[in-house]
Design a protein around this ligand. Structure first.
Ligand code: FES
Length: 81
């Protein structure tokens, strides 16, 4: 089965230490609670070279900057609500 969306979270050291460690868990929880794990390809990525705008994550081709775990629901609701 093909995935409908792709979520990528930066796991480079800057983004990871500035919040993506928590954001990663928030995304995972969101996908599990919403039963989206079969529809969404969620994975980590190396540094995008955007560290000054980090923490960053991407949904499909759209990059989100300065992301915190509190914003995860609002961002993902745009795609899945
Ligand atoms: S560590 Fe995330 S953009 Fe560089």
């Amino acid at each position: 089965m093909a995935y409908e969306h792709e979520i990528t979270i930066c796991l480079g050291s800057s983004c990871f230490s500035r919040g993506n460690k928590s954001t990663l868990h928030a995304i995972k929880n969101y996908l599990e609670k919403s039963q989206l794990t079969e529809r969404v390809y969620f994975h980590g990525a190396h540094c995008y070279g955007n560290c000054d705008k980090g923490p960053v994550m991407k949904v499909d081709d759209k990059m989100y900057e300065n992301v915190s775990e509190n914003q995860v629901s609002a961002i993902l609701d745009e795609y899945f609500s």
